[in-house]
Write a protein that binds this ligand. Structure first.
Ligand code: UMA
Length: 457
């Protein structure tokens, strides 16, 4: 009898899994399960394409029962494999494997895996940049938008894989083992998926559970949770990075724009003065990336030389221009409270802050002190607006509700026009109440700034 394999989720991951299976697995019956119907022209065409290749689509949650007949269930990260319904399947001894676990089982090259609540994409991209700039064959994959499984065909013995890994992905790993793991920070996020903060922390810690003493884990010494519990993660050699303390034995610390690295009592310095990245959090991202690149054998002077060519990613503290003395900064990727806090704290100017979107259960009162010091007005947007208003209880006189990004942009500009400052989009929330993604939200903001600039002549 043919083996029955079902791929769950018809997003980027599900499609990449199907592409891989159709080429590499013979003699199996292939299924695709998705909780909802497939909509849109592009996806419908793709569905038809897979159907002609023999894939049977199981669409709608009422089809979930059919998973009970499968031999193997492959999961996309957005689907909660720890939910009641999947636990039921697990108890029936049906194998459930996540995409990263499955992809990992097919390769044997060093993996550098970056996780953390914030800074993952920038740090992973920085590492990839430092490696490729210095002649390594690096693949940048994972949560950043390219499932690992989609790159397997191109990975060769001399490759290095750099992965951004989310808590959703880590929650489902079994044997996945990076040679170098990085945890940049851990603050509250994704509580609706993980149910509580501890589960989220434990998912992040899984990055190191399979590591051996010949592997490395890079941790943030300035993160209270990591400093307290970082020594309990796995068996890898620990390296720390710190912006605030020289008190680290192995790793790197920053003093102004200069980094001092200590690896096995060998001291090296690297200057950040050429870096184009803004914000204190980016010093942390740089330190973490530099340690990883150094562990992969890149010389300090080569790392230093490559830093200056890295422009940063769109939608992360991205300056999208000025009108008069008002600067517009797009940090649409700040989708949780901690990221917003870091954005505000990296600006010295008078700030008008656009906050709100789809609430992920964050505690916005944590922004109180920084708002008091730096933010003259908070423009509240989207579904989370009223919740944030409640949580900023003693700052409500500084809050104004706006109906969309267009109103937020023009109102923000009017408020700053006379004495100058920064209009900062750092919403602290997901985008899905009004947009398809944080990228789309950022693009809309950029368009609004452009419109305003044209209007101002
Ligand atoms: N779906 C269901 N049932 C569910 C949830 C989703 O059927 O309960 C279906 C959807 O209808 C859709 C498909 O599953 O058809 C989407 O699957 P997915 O959510 O796993 O999305 P992908 O397109 O495969 O993208 C995933 C990651 N998405 C999530 O983790 C939510 C992408 O991270 C990642 O870039 C991509 O794999 C490649 O690895 C995005 C993300 O938002 C950027 N990540 C979170 C974050 O960064 O905060 C963790």
């Amino acid at each position: 009898m043919k083996k029955k394999i079902v791929v769950c989720g018809f997003g980027k991951t599900g499609q990449a899994l199907l592409d891989f299976l159709l080429v590499n697995v013979e003699d199996a019956q292939m299924f695709l399960f998705n909780d909802t119907e497939i909509k849109g022209k592009e996806n419908t065409t793709l569905k038809e394409h897979y159907e002609t290749q023999g894939v049977t689509f199981l669409l709608g949650d009422h089809c979930f029962k059919q998973l009970e007949k499968m031999d193997l269930v492959l999961l996309s990260p957005g689907i909660d494999g720890r939910s009641e319904r999947f636990n039921r399947i697990r108890k029936m001894n049906i194998k459930i494997i996540s995409e990263i676990e499955f992809a990992f089982s097919t390769i044997n090259v060093p993996i550098i895996a970056v996780t953390g609540t914030n800074g993952k994409s920038t740090t992973a991209t920085l590492i990839h940049h430092m490696l490729t700039h210095n002649g390594k064959k690096s693949f940048l994959t994972g949560n950043i938008g390219t499932p690992l499984i989609s790159r397997i065909k191109d990975i060769t013995k001399d490759s290095v894989v750099v992965m951004e890994v989310s808590s959703f992905q880590l929650e489902e790993i079994d044997k996945f083992k990076p040679h170098v793991a990085l945890i940049l920070n851990i603050t509250t996020d994704h509580i609706s998926r993980h149910r509580n903060f501890e589960n989220y922390v434990l998912a992040k810690f899984k990055i190191g559970i399979n590591q051996k003493p010949e592997d490395f884990i890079i941790l943030n010494y300035d993160d209270p949770l990591l400093r307290e519990r970082g020594n309990q993660i796995g068996k890898a050699q620990r390296l720390w990075f710190s912006r605030c303390s020289k008190d680290i034995q192995q790793g790197v610390y920053a003093k102004n724009q200069s980094l001092t690295m200590n690896l096995n009592d060998r001291y090296e310095t690297i200057s950040l003065s050429n870096s184009q990245l803004r914000g204190l959090h980016n010093i942390e991202n740089l330190m973490a990336a530099i340690l990883a690149a150094r562990l992969m054998g890149i010389r300090p002077e080569k790392i230093e030389a490559s830093i200056k060519y890295f422009k940063g990613l769109p939608h992360r503290m991205e300056s999208v221009g000025t009108i008069g003395s008002v600067e517009f900064i797009n940090d649409s990727k700040a989708t949780n409270v901690d990221a917003t806090l870091k954005s505000i704290n990296s600006l010295n100017h008078d700030v008008v802050l656009i906050l709100g979107g789809k609430d992920k259960g964050g505690d916005f009162s944590l922004l109180g002190d920084s708002i008091k010091k730096r933010v003259k007005r908070v423009l509240l947007l989207g579904e989370a607006g009223p919740v944030i208003y409640q949580q900023l209880s003693n700052l409500q006189d500084r809050c104004t509700f706006v109906s969309d990004l267009s109103e937020a942009t023009s109102k923000g500009y009017n408020l700053l026009e006379k004495q100058g400052g920064v209009l900062l989009l750092a919403p602290g929330c997901a985008s899905f109440d009004m947009f398809n993604s944080f990228e789309q939200r950022g693009e809309v903001f950029k368009k609004e700034v452009l419109k305003l600039r044209r209007k101002q002549g």
